[in-house]
Write a new protein. Structure first.
Length: 158
């Protein structure tokens, strides 16, 4: 298996996980930056035309967790792979954020739901023709009674 290396760092207003938005859709008005390391800056070429991008990152503050968790938007224990819980066998995070601006090797991002100082692993463009499956079923999420929780509590905090 290849070793992953950070290509940059995420700078956000969130210094602790408690109180953070649990997904970009709940992070309206939360802006931050992504600082891409200089040796990877050339890879940002042609990204400016995309409204949204996928950020793939290491959840460096997430403690190891069980294979069953109670997700933020539910009250029932679920298999971790059926959730977006941060405590996972491989602590990899994924967020689809708004790309607001690019200045050199710094991206300004909207819809920020990532902890400050998070190591960035990759950036990919969001392409609606490939990434949007609007009529897809969403398992237990379609039936969850918890619809008001939009920010993290301490259940996954270290």
């Amino acid at each position: 298996m290849n070793d992953f290396k950070s290509i940059g760092v995420v700078h956000s207003p969130f210094k602790v996980s408690v109180g953070m938005p649990i997904q970009p859709v709940f992070a309206e008005g939360a802006e931050g930056t992504v600082e891409v390391l200089p040796q990877y800056a050339d890879g940002l070429r042609d990204l400016e035309g995309f409204e949204r991008i996928w950020l793939i990152y290491w959840l460096h503050k997430a403690p190891p967790g069980p294979l069953r968790v109670i997700p933020f938007r539910d009250t029932t224990e679920r298999g971790v792979f059926a959730t977006r819980a941060p405590c996972r066998p491989n602590a990899i995070g994924l967020s689809c954020v708004c790309l607001l601006a690019i200045a050199g090797n710094v991206l300004t991002i909207g819809g920020m739901d990532i902890l400050d100082g998070t190591p960035l692993l990759d950036i990919k463009p969001y392409v609606p023709k490939f990434d949007a499956f609007t009529n897809s079923r969403a398992g237990w999420c379609d039936r969850s009674p918890v619809t008001s929780r939009t920010h993290a509590d301490d259940r996954f905090a270290q």
